[in-house]
Design a protein around this ligand. Structure first.
Ligand code: GLV
Ligand code: MN
Ligand code: MN
Ligand code: MN
Length: 395
């Protein structure tokens, strides 16, 4: 709740966009809490922060947890933040009980998980995992043209540690589910086995600006009318693949955005998700077939660029097993679950054994200011995280 005051919105949510002054304030508070818990801090060139609690054998790679502090523009108090603070709670609990782990334990904050200010999502954990190179990560720009590299420097979080040079023995991430399944099934813990794949696109439609009065309907090249057809098709594609397909147009810029000028151009985004990689490829095919035909029929120029593909993820047996056995030992009701959202864990899984722990969120709502989770469920997820990490750190 204290972290949620940084960027607090009137409706009870949080707006703490990546690499803004508010993100810096959140990072500063996290570091203060970790230093108070006796940790040392390192920051890498992508601004990823690592808080380290030493173990008995500091030559062993650390057992790591973490998540992100950045939020959506109309974000809640829990998405990302919960996983970071569950990690801080693990540090404090180990201290309270005087537990010395064999391997060191670390809590990570990954830069720009949301992909809301800078696309794509999970970009800094992606650089860490070698999916993107550093130059690509630092050059991601927001809609005003400011780059991640410039903004990291401005807020004082352009660290010196080379990205990806940081060893990881195993990684666990706790997160709210962000969907309705656990609540509906009345289970406390989701043992996350997979994450669905995603493809992100940017589409630019170019037509012709003209006067809204004199220009006859049949000769118009209205970019927004084309965009509207794409929105409907994107929705149809997802709907045709139930219960699994997900398809969203979340951002659109209309130019010149004047009520009596026919729109000359539109910039829009598409977000496709599917737990089956082949089905995700089919969604891509459907979209491109539709926009090709639309361009031919309408006279609009339509440029479709896939800017990101995050394939379906299978989390590591050993970590999924550690989460499952910790959940059972602690006696929490549970079920296996596939993550609908993307998480930094999806990329860290490529460089270290990784697992995730989900807890329910109210009405399954996330990316919304009303996002909520109960203190009991938050504590349960933290306990599972603690026990899974102790097991891994002493293995
Ligand atoms: C990030 O929050 C995503 O899964 O879209
Ligand atoms: Mn998140
Ligand atoms: Mn999110
Ligand atoms: Mn996410």
């Amino acid at each position: 709740m204290e972290m949620a005051q940084i960027g607090a919105t009137e409706k009870g949510g949080v707006c703490r966009l990546a690499l803004t002054d508010l993100d810096r304030d959140g990072r500063d508070l996290f570091i203060k809490w970790c230093k108070d818990a006796g940790c040392t801090i390192t920051v890498d060139q992508m601004g990823n922060i690592f808080a380290r609690r030493p173990g008995k054998n500091n030559d062993l790679p650390p057992i790591m947890t973490g998540s992100h502090l950045d939020t959506q523009p109309t974000g809640g108090k829990f998405d990302g933040v919960y996983g970071v603070l569950a990690g801080v709670e693990v540090l404090r609990t180990l201290n309270d009980y005087g537990v010395e782990t064999e391997a060191p334990v670390e809590v990570a904050v990954w830069t720009n998980e949301e992909g809301s200010r800078f696309a794509p999502a999970m970009v800094a954990s992606g650089v860490f995992a070698g999916v993107f190179d550093l130059a690509y990560g630092l050059s991601r720009a927001d809609l005003d043209g400011k780059t991640m590299g410039q903004e990291l420097t401005r807020i004082g979080y352009a660290g010196s540690e080379p990205v990806g040079q940081h060893p990881v023995g195993a990684y666990f991430e706790a997160h709210i589910e962000q969907g309705p399944i656990l609540e509906h099934e009345t289970r406390t813990i989701g043992v996350v086995t997979h994450a669905q794949g995603q493809r992100w696109y940017e589409i630019t439609l170019t037509g012709q600006e003209a006067h809204a009065g004199p220009t006859p309907m049949p000769i118009r090249k209205d970019a927004l009318v084309g965009a509207a057809k794409i929105v409907t098709e994107v929705n149809r594609i997802g709907m045709s693949l139930q219960p699994f397909g997900r398809s969203t147009v979340g951002l659109m810029q209309v130019s010149p955005n004047s009520r009596n000028t026919i729109p000359g151009s539109v910039f829009m985004t598409v977000d496709f998700r599917n737990p089956n990689e082949e089905a995700l490829t089919g969604m891509d095919r459907d979209l491109r077939a539709f926009t090709d035909k639309l361009a031919r029929d309408s006279g609009l120029t339509i440029e479709v660029t896939q800017i990101w593909h995050s394939p379906v993820v299978t989390f590591h047996d050993k970590c999924v097993g550690a989460v499952r056995s910790a959940t059972r030992r602690l006696g929490y009701s549970n079920m296996e679950i596939v993550s609908g959202a993307g998480h930094d864990a999806c990329y860290i899984n490529r460089v270290a054994p990784t697992g995730m722990i989900f807890i329910p969120c109210e009405d399954g709502i996330s990316h919304n200011e009303v996002e909520n989770a109960t203190p009991d469920d938050c504590a349960a997820g933290g306990n599972v995280l603690l026990h899974a990490m102790i097991e891994a750190a002493n293995a």
